[in-house]
Design a protein around this ligand. Structure first.
Ligand code: G3I
Length: 353
């Protein structure tokens, strides 16, 4: 009896004794410790836009090597960098990225041979004839694609050639100097330089702008009917945590899928602060972004395997995103914090793969 009393007393004492273990350190639920890398979970290439001068940072380059198996140069493979002056090529910035990729067994997606926002001044002010202008562009495309043959797997040959309103051709110096069929000429010159490289047309807002998307589909089908080489389309996929709807995105992707070309989600970022209502990332908004990355990965995975060219995120650390300067407000659109911590958006991406 005495024993029972003693045991009861001991149990009662322990039950009311405060837990000696410190309460767990409160962690920021917006970050997490990953269990698998994106490229190891994915059944298609997962890439990132990188900058040559940032790959020298061990923390960033280690993260890039661990998570991604495809690279896009954020700006170093555009004409204004490749050709700072007439008959003058600047290979070093692009070579740094290509060499890093080759050394680490990563695919390189070339971006972008022709883009009206990356035209060097000497091209804008080109004083020669239209025929001489066309020859200069042909020589530029031929020289670049030849140099990176067997190192660059694919090129955005032309970027953003469709205007925002009405789906007509954008009035660019290329259209003015080479005529409406300049896009087909550029694709053919790229193919002539490399019979194996995959050739993409890349654009934004095709995710929700039906008129623009119809113009893009018409371009793809016209090329295919004329035997103009084209292998894929890049949805830039600059979206928000809450828009466009997944129904809208699914309709858009399936419409282009039906042309038969490969599909690249080429510049994915997910604005968490599109309405500028936040001054810091809330858990709720981070969770909404997490769900978005998951849904986008699932959407890409729903494509036929031979049309899954992959998903490329447009940057590494949140605070380096182009979106912040472009929209003029703080945002957290990517997979890693400015300190290189894994955000739960990465977790959503992994779950969607
Ligand atoms: O920091 C370098 C400096 O070291 C270098 O000497 C100088 C040479 O021009 O460039 C500096 O970097 C800037 C770079 O962004 C990094 O911040 C470039 O000046 C600047 O032109 C570059 O802007 C890029 C822009 O395209 C134009 O190429 C953005 O990073 C890049 O995010 C943006 O990406 C575009 C896609 O190509 C097409 N879709 C839209 C997307 C956003 O605009």
């Amino acid at each position: 009896m005495l024993t029972r009393i003693l045991i009861f007393a001991l149990v009662s004492l322990l039950a009311c004794k405060p837990d000696p273990v410190e309460p767990p350190t409160p962690v920021d639920e917006k970050v997490y410790t990953p269990t698998i890398a994106l490229k190891d979970k994915a059944t298609f290439p997962v890439g990132a836009a990188v900058q040559a001068n940032r790959l020298n940072l061990p923390s960033l380059s280690n993260l890039v090597k661990k998570e991604f198996n495809s690279l896009t140069a954020e700006y170093e493979m555009k004409q204004n960098i490749f050709m700072p002056a007439a008959n003058t090529y600047n290979w070093a910035p692009a070579d740094a990225i290509v060499d890093f990729a080759v050394a680490n067994g990563m695919r390189v997606h070339g971006h972008a041979l022709i883009w009206h926002s990356a035209v060097p001044d000497w091209v804008t002010n080109f004083a020669g004839t239209d025929a001489e202008f066309e020859t200069m562009i042909r020589d530029y495309i031929t020289t670049v694609v030849t140099r990176y043959k067997d190192k660059v797997a694919s090129w955005d040959v032309v970027n953003e050639a469709i205007a925002d309103n009405g789906g007509t051709l954008r009035n660019t110096i290329f259209r003015e100097r080479m005529g409406d069929d300049y896009i087909a000429k550029c694709f053919q010159w790229a193919r002539d330089a490399d019979p194996d490289v995959l050739l993409f047309y890349n654009d934004y807002n095709a995710e929700f702008d039906q008129t623009k998307r119809t113009a893009i589909i018409n371009l793809i089908n016209d090329f295919k009917s004329r035997g103009v080489p084209i292998d894929g389309f890049g949805f830039q996929m600059h979206i928000s945590h809450d828009a466009p709807s997944m129904a809208t995105l699914t309709t858009a992707v399936n419409q282009v899928k039906n042309t038969g070309v490969k599909i690249h989600f080429s510049e994915l970022d997910v604005r968490a602060n599109p309405n500028k209502d936040l001054t810091s990332l809330t858990l709720a908004r981070a969770q909404s972004q997490e769900a978005r990355y998951k849904a986008i990965a699932e959407l890409h995975k729903s494509l036929p395997a031979n049309q899954q060219f992959g998903i490329t995120v447009w940057g590494i650390y949140d605070d380096e995103s182009w979106l912040i300067n472009f929209w003029g407000n703080i945002d957290w659109p990517l997979l890693f914090t400015g300190e290189g911590l894994y955000k739960i958006s990465h977790r959503g991406f992994v779950e969607g793969l």
